[in-house]
Structure formats: C-alpha cells, structure tokens
Write a protein that binds this ligand. Structure first.
Ligand code: SAH
Ligand code: SF4
Length: 361
C-alpha cells in the first residue's frame, strides 16, 4: 500500500487540504516531499543554481512595517545610501565573476531624485557591462511611471513580496494608513507584471497570528498570480519592531525553517519552471539552511555584495549571518553550499525564469 504522502505526491494538482498536510510534515517524514521537489527541479529547470549579486542599496525607508528592522520608526539606526561609485563597483565585481545578474534592494523611497538615480545607475550598468548583467529590482511599491522608466533603463526583473496573502493578517503586520494597504500591494504586484518584468513575490513564514491555512493560501496565491519567481523565508523577530512583543507566541525557530523548506518544495512541485531563491533568512536559522533549500527545489542564490561598512545597518531581522563576510567570502561559502547540494553554478548565464519565457511566447 502506498504511503499517504506518496499518494498525495502522485496527484496532478494539489488541493488546499493536501497542501496543508504536506506543509506540516516534520523530518524525517518530509524527506519524500523534498526528494520529489528535487526531481521536479532536475527535470524542469535542471540542477543549476544562478547567482544574483545582492546590493543592499539603502536603508532609508518611508514605511514602517511592524516586522522590519529598518522601518522608519527605528531611530537607533544610521541611515545610508551607497554612492554611485560603490554601486558600480559592486556591479563590476558581479560581472567580472560571471554572476550574470544582480539584485538592487532597498527601503522604500519614491522621490523623483531616487527614481532618477536608480534610472541613471541602470543606464551606467548596462553600458559598462555591454548589457551582459541582468538586474532585478526590489525597491518596494512605486508608481507605474517609475516602473516603466526603470524597465526601459535596463531592469528585467522585479521582486515585491506580498508578505502574506491574507488581507486580515496583512493588516495586523502593518500600520493602518494609505501607504500600507494590502490592496495597494496587490495592485502594485499586478502593475509590475503589466509593465513587463519577470515578476517575483513571496511571503514570510511563521509570522505571529499566521496559520497553516494562510500558508497554503499563499502557495495557491502564487499559482493563481502565475508568478515567475519567488523568494520566501522564515520570519525572524527583530527587537526594535512592534511585532517583537509576540515573540513568545511564535513557532520554535527550527520548525519555522522546516515549514519554509516544505513551502519551497511544494512551490517547486506546483510551479515547476519558476525561479525560487534559497534565502538568507533560512541560513540564519541553520548553517545548512540554504543548502537544504537547494535540495528542496530552490535554484537561485544571492551572494551579498554590499560594502562591509553598511551591512550592520541593513538588518531586517536579528542574527543575520555573514555580516563580516566580504563579497569574495560570501561567494565562496555559497559555491561550497551549491557543490555540497550536488548542483552546478550557472556562471555567465542569466538564468531567466523559464516560466516567464514560456509566458511571453
Ligand atoms: N522595501 C522593500 C524591499 C526590502 S525589504 C520591500 O519591502 O519590498 C525585503 C523583504 O525583507 C520584505 O519583503 C520582507 O519579506 C523581508 N523581511 C523584512 N523583515 C523581516 C523579518 N523580520 N524577518 C524575515 N524577513 C523580513
Ligand atoms: Fe521598509 Fe521594506 Fe522594511 Fe517595510 S519591509 S519597513 S518597506 S524596508
């Protein structure tokens, strides 16, 4: 007789109750799920991991999300923004090391000056690298005009996590004002797709008040939004945030990691040809977190290229690893993790989302 997990895994389309069962599997019972995801990854996108050099451009933020260490209300933080020269140096490092892609991420700012600076940097990066370096942006919610200008200037991908697909939960994680609404987040995600970006989203896992049903809905949300890329990771508390108060109600940290890995595996099975990141938050919990994410279906890693002197000021959550690692060390530890997971590194390959390429055909 078939094992119940095996039985579910043979289904063509997973239903919510089945997703709920699989999300909650604990080791060693989730190994079958991870193995299936690994097989799906091999068949659909190959055992290749793409590097996206991460540039944490600025910690200036006009928003005040209750979970995030760089929220505007955190006055203990020194605010910074990289100089143009520092961004170009990081981009050059990525290009010379054949990463083929970078991610520019920052707090949310929407001034004309900010929009124009990013536009100019994109133009310079394109020129300096002969268009060989692809750029993902993760700069929060913006107006259509900004998204168009950045797309035209050479950004190909955009990441905007929905954070949770449950509007009620979203409300409890953000201040109640016009800048922090679920609807605005959702509409903005659709806008990003409309402008033509390879569109990525994601959620935090193990948030206060979040249920396993919410997590199943998150996966179904990704499927219905028909996204091209995903970045998900455990929620990790930060003491200078309002949600810190609920730290005693959270799942144990190791369980948050296991559920995150199960979410990655399920998403790979549900959406075989999207790109899925092995995120730093997983590594925060377990030195083998990212490697285990690769074995559960992830195919993207983000070596940190932020100049060392700024890293301490971009702490979205506690215990972020690699604060003392420079770009070289960050790259080397990831190369080792990828090797141990038995994957290859797609040096010099853009690693565009296959899902996106098929979607726009
Ligand atoms: N300002 C942009 C991008 C930077 S924040 C934006 O908000 O979209 C990038 C991501 O960090 C957020 O989407 C959120 O999912 C994650 N993050 C923030 N605080 C976190 C925490 N305490 N634990 C885990 N992830 C967190
Ligand atoms: Fe700002 Fe993004 Fe943090 Fe929210 S999650 S406070 S928008 S950096």
């Amino acid at each position: 007789m078939l094992d119940p997990v095996e039985k579910i895994l043979q289904k063509e389309v997973l239903h919510k109750d089945e997703i709920i069962t699989l999300i909650q599997l604990k080791p060693p019972y989730n190994s079958l799920l991870h193995q299936k995801a690994s097989d799906v990854k091999e068949k659909s996108v190959g055992k290749v991991v793409y590097f996206r050099g991460l540039i944490e451009y600025s910690n200036r933020c006009s928003k005040s999300c209750y979970y995030c260490g760089i929220r505007s209300h955190n006055t203990l933080l020194k605010r910074y923004q990289l100089t143009d020269k520092e961004v170009i140096e990081a981009a050059n490092y990525a290009h010379q090391n054949r990463f083929a892609s970078i991610v520019i991420q920052s707090g949310e700012e929407s001034s004309q000056k900010f929009i124009t600076t990013i536009e100019r940097l994109l133009g310079e990066i394109r020129q300096l690298t002969n268009g060989e370096l692809h750029v993902t942006l993760s700069l929060g919610e913006q107006k259509e005009e900004a998204y168009r200008r950045w797309f035209d200037a050479g950004a190909q991908r955009y990441l905007l996590r929905i954070e949770t697909s449950n509007p009620e939960l979203y409300k409890r994680l953000h201040p109640v004002d016009k800048m922090h609404t679920y609807n605005r987040r959702l509409e903005t995600l659709s806008l990003i797709k409309k402008v033509g970006y390879q569109t990525g989203t994601g959620v935090m896992i193990g948030l206060p008040f979040q249920t396993v049903e919410d997590l199943a809905d998150d996966l179904i949300f990704f499927r219905e939004m028909d996204i091209d890329m995903a970045g998900m990771g455990p929620y990790i508390e930060h003491e200078e945030t309002p949600l810190f108060e609920y730290r005693n109600q959270l799942l144990p940290i190791q369980e948050r990691l296991e559920i995150s890995l199960n979410m990655v595996a399920l998403l790979r099975i549900m959406m075989p040809n999207i790109n899925i990141a092995a995120t730093t938050a997983m590594q925060t919990i377990d030195p083998q977190g990212r490697e285990r994410a690769l074995l559960a279906g992830a195919n993207v890693m983000m070596p940190n290229l932020t100049p060392l002197k700024y890293k301490e000021s971009y702490l979205l959550y506690n215990n972020k690893p690699g604060l003392e690692d420079d770009a070289e060390e960050s790259k080397e530890s990831m190369e080792e993790e990828i090797r141990r997971a038995g994957d290859k590194i797609g040096y010099g390959e853009w690693g565009n989302s296959r899902h996106y390429e098929l979607r726009i055909k």
